[in-house]
Design a protein around this ligand. Structure first.
Ligand code: AMP
Length: 216
């Protein structure tokens, strides 16, 4: 199975990806996670990407496309993959088309997670993350037992710089201007399906099962 998840920051792409991966052994490719790992490891890619990420801007297409192209040729993508956070611009979508053509493979579905901007702001400004193990917390729904300390590993629980409200508003503007047009791009290819992001953490998995059952 080869699918793309498209949705605003905070629409829950990572959560949906996790539930899909528990059922299907496919590679979860999150460009945001790959970039953050590079920033943490202080690689050249990470140093180049950091400024864009902290201000909520997109990392240049050429950098991202090269990164994804190399990732898609890794062995764990043979069974399929789920792209989370890529493509985010029209040039990235066109580059992906060429990469898939070169690899003689095609996409099964592009799933759009629909969510209201104000829900995103509420969700992300209250999100916290453990700097060491990546465990996700929420100051309202799932606070750490001791504020600032990870329940799982004792690491520092912090707010990501790009989860500050001004940056989130920026990321939403970037999403509406650059990424939302991809919804029409994939609709015109007849592979787009939309779901309500408020439908629960298994909403995309259920949809994929339904599509499989219908022989799509
Ligand atoms: P995410 O965790 O997917 O929201 O990504 C965090 C940040 O990484 C974004 O705000 C961008 O700065 C950068 N990023 C991730 N994926 C892409 C992409 N496909 N194109 C450009 N920048 C990206």
């Amino acid at each position: 199975m080869r699918i793309i998840l498209i949705g605003a920051p905070g629409s829950g792409k990572g959560t949906q990806a996790e539930s899909i991966r528990q059922k299907y052994p496919i590679a979860h490719i999150s460009t945001g996670d790959i970039l953050r790992a590079n920033v943490k490891a202080d690689t050249e890619l990470g140093r180049n990407a950091k400024g864009y990420m902290e201000s909520g801007k997109l990392v240049p297409d050429s950098v991202i496309v090269a990164m994804v192209e190399s990732r898609l040729t890794e062995p764990d993508c043979k069974e399929g993959f789920l792209l989370d956070g890529f493509p985010r611009t029209r040039p990235q979508a066109e580059a992906l088309d060429s990469i898939l053509e070169k690899l003689s493979i095609s996409l099964d579905a592009v799933v759009q997670l629909d969510v209201d901007d104000e829900i995103v702001v509420q969700r992300l400004t209250t999100r916290r993350v453990c700097k060491s193990c990546g465990e996700i917390y929420n100051t309202v729904f799932k606070p750490a037992k001791v504020e600032g300390v990870c329940d799982k590993c004792g690491g520092d629980v912090i707010q990501r710089n790009d989860d500050k409200e001004s940056v989130i508003r920026n990321r939403l503007t970037v999403f509406h201007e650059q990424t939302a047009p991809l919804i029409d791009y994939y609709r015109s290819k007849d592979i787009l399906v939309s779901v309500d992001a408020a439908g629960g953490k298994d909403v995309v998995l259920k949809l994929l099962e339904k599509m499989k059952g219908a022989g799509k």
